[in-house]
Design a protein around this ligand. Sequence first.
Ligand code: FAD
Length: 410
Amino acid sequence: MTERQNTSTERESADVVVLGAGPAGLTLGNILLAHGIDCVVLERAERAALQVRARAGFLAPHTVRTLERHGLADGLLRHGRAHGACEFRTDTGGFRLDYDRLGRREHHTVYPQQDLVTDLLAHYLDAGGRIRFGTEALAVQDADGRRPTVDARDAQGRTTRWQARYVAGCDGRHGAARRSLPPGALRHHRDHGISWLGLLAEAPPSLDTVGYATHRRGFAGHMARTPEVTRYYLQCGRGTPADAWSEERVWDELDLRMRSADHGPLRRGRILQRTVVDLRSDVVEPLRHGSLLLAGDAASLISPSAAKGANLAVLEAELLALALVDDLAHGDAAALDDYSRRCLAHIWRAQEFSHWMVRLLHTDCGADTGPGSGSDAESFFHESMRCSRLESLRTSRAHQDWFAENYVGV
Ligand code: FAD
């Protein structure tokens, strides 16, 4: 129901106001809708922009099962490709891990995040879901009470005050949900001090595996996306502008660090997109503040080194959706009360593994306090441990099983 409050602010309501239409917000919206819960999604971007925003691509088996359980996996089951191997390239040679034959013998499904978002949006809209594109949530008020509100502004500058029973903050790290947290909310933060130049190249994959190359000039990574498009990463100095390097320099640097001379050339192509990603991790604790609940990157930011972000977002969205259904449809608040604790257990486990990956892949992590902080002796110590860790991963079946389980798990 819409009611004009005064000349400039409208009032609207929904039982659950979801902020953000990424994997977290759309998974949540779809499950709520399927259970007959009144909800609305407020999304800052326009639909066209959301459907081309390339980010993640490696979906964990748990993510696929979750989406399948709620009838949201048609596209990824039809077009996603199974992926189960990675290759490490180092100064002393290289080795391949077929992780789908190790640990729990599970594989990833490669399906670009923008395609997943496109599918989730279409499903939500086809089911009659309410969404406001081009609408930025400004702040959440009265989260400690039973009737929180969200002020939002559309692209024309019109403001709306949404009244809700619950607000789901799925609007990422810089969204309104985080800005509206009470002063007592804890934010555990870690800056790994490392940056990656993320590249999307119009080129078929050059390896049939994920490629992780450690090199004295910095890390380089190769990840398949589609038969025509491949994601690459190049470690770069903090503050490097995304367009600092010419295309030729990018490819030369990738060839050097991926050791193409030894392993075969990379298939070059036009660079379609560049982003600089600063490797940072943080966790908000708890994830519930009265009627405001966080999920996805709003709850926890995780470095992309182990491809966990989108997978955690879907996991948390399902837990939150089912807890909200229990409360709103059946008057049972137990799962909602337990929501934060359950998610945090998964989040810290994923953080721990991603942190381990960061330290495995980078030569200049330095001491525990970050790069550049250590003396030569500390750097030598870190480097020796890193090499030893890689050697253990190459030779120890137990270590490989541990890696496989954590790599595909959330
Ligand atoms: P988002 O996808 O960020 O969605 C949040 C939404 O909220 C956005 O649509 C945004 O426009 C909207 N929003 C923000 N503020 C507001 C506001 N105030 N009001 C309304 N709407 C707002 N993860 C993996 O699992 N595997 C990978 O391989 C991987 N690779 C990545 C590569 C890159 C380059 C990057 C940047 C990330 C990668 N990630 C990966 C991480 C993954 O993309 C995120 O963890 C995931 O998008 C989180 O989903 P989300 O729904 O929480 O947030």
